[in-house]
Design a protein around this ligand. Structure first.
Ligand SMILES: Nc1ncnc2c1ncn2[C@@H]1O[C@H](COP(=O)(O)OP(=O)(O)OP(=O)(O)O)[C@@H](O)[C@H]1O
Ligand SMILES: [Mg+2]
Length: 312
């Protein structure tokens, strides 16, 4: 089983309108609502590929209950909720169909008390039954749990599990210090971690080395439509996706993580898992829905992904 961890999920609502008029009352005849959060996106993509997954989410209030209900009944993914007092946030995206533009409104995430922080660790340890790999996704909801990924990665590694970290900011930096098996930053997240720009290929490969120096075995630096740089054990690849019509690339990084999680749990060679990840990222970008890719789309793209050997 692939366990995904989402400390900061949301009710993810998209309201469809023609064009946005600031300061006006906008009425809409259509909206969608999905369980939001990076780990839930990973679980949805893993499930779409027919593999078993479980979603661990930190949730609170009625909105939290709604998130759990949508994970279980809409996504049909097993959910392990960890309850806190403070309610789960809603993110509202306004999508202008005429101009193909999105504007999003983010509420603050749940506050977490010290006792709740300890309870999250306890609950996590109880959710590992049958788990081979854990992905840690997105930000944490409260500064009081910035150390969360570092602690959970250490605990998961002690139990012999494969760990993937896909986050940014202080919780990412602290998590990296625990030496997760894999990290998947994009360029901006890597720049934030290093505190410098990465304008050249050389600089990107040097940044990848810095992750290896922290004990990370597999580094996947994602480059949007240009694919991903992949490095493990002295082997370096640039996996290049085919040209597609990009509709919505939000969540493509999560689909990429899902592909690597599947590859790692099935002991695929590095080229094969890189191709699967990149094909899943591209498939996600081909539709509006986040992580609602189909296995047929992925299998159609897979032969067109080029896992090229790269030399730094
Ligand atoms: N327009 C595109 N065409 C083809 N493939 C794409 C495109 N956009 C993304 N991908 C694929 O998805 C992968 C991840 O995308 P990206 O680098 O944008 O992740 P990200 O910034 O982490 O996104 P998010 O956090 O929203 O999921 C890329 O490595 C690439 O394989
Ligand atoms: Mg991402």
């Amino acid at each position: 089983v692939i366990l995904t961890v989402t400390p900061n999920p949301c009710v993810d609502k998209t309201v469809f309108i023609d064009t946005l008029e600031v300061g006006a009352f906008m009425r809409s005849s259509r909206y969608t609502c999905i369980p939001g959060g990076k780990g839930t996106n990973v679980s949805r993509a893993v499930h779409a590929m027919g593999r078993p997954t479980r979603a661990f989410v930190v949730v609170g209030g009625h909105t939290g209950a709604h998130v759990v209900d949508m994970i279980e009944h809409d996504d049909r993914v097993e959910c392990v909720p960890c309850w806190v007092q403070s309610p789960t946030r809603t993110i509202t995206t306004v999508l202008e169909e005429a101009v193909h533009r999105q504007t999003a409104f983010f509420e603050p995430g749940s506050q977490v008390t010290p006792d709740e922080g300890e309870a999250i660790v306890e609950r996590f340890l109880l959710s590992l039954e049958g788990v081979r790999l854990v992905t840690f996704n997105g930000t944490v909801s409260d500064r009081s749990i910035q150390h969360l990924y570092a602690r959970l990665i250490t605990a998961a590694k002690a139990r012999g599990l494969i760990t993937i970290l896909d986050s940014h900011g202080p919780e990412f930096a602290q998590g990296v210090e625990s030496g997760p098996y894999m990290v998947k930053p994009n360029v901006a997240e890597t720049e934030e971690w290093l505190g410098c720009r990465l304008d050249t290929d050389d600089a990107k490969w040097q940044a990848i080395e810095r992750f290896h120096q922290k004990g990370v075995e597999l580094v996947v630096l994602s480059l949007g439509k240009h694919g991903a740089l992949v490095s493990r054990g002295g082997m370096r690849l640039h996996a290049v996706p085919p040209v597609i019509e990009e509709i919505n690339p939000v969540g493509s990084g999560d689909a990429l993580v899902a592909g690597f999680a599947i590859g790692l749990t099935e002991d695929m060679p590095l080229e094969a898992m890189a191709s699967l990840g990149v094909a899943m990222g591209a498939a996600n970008a081909m539709s509006w829905d986040i992580g609602h890719l189909t296995r047929a789309d992925v299998e159609g793209l897979l032969p067109h992904v080029q896992p090229m050997p790269a030399s730094p």
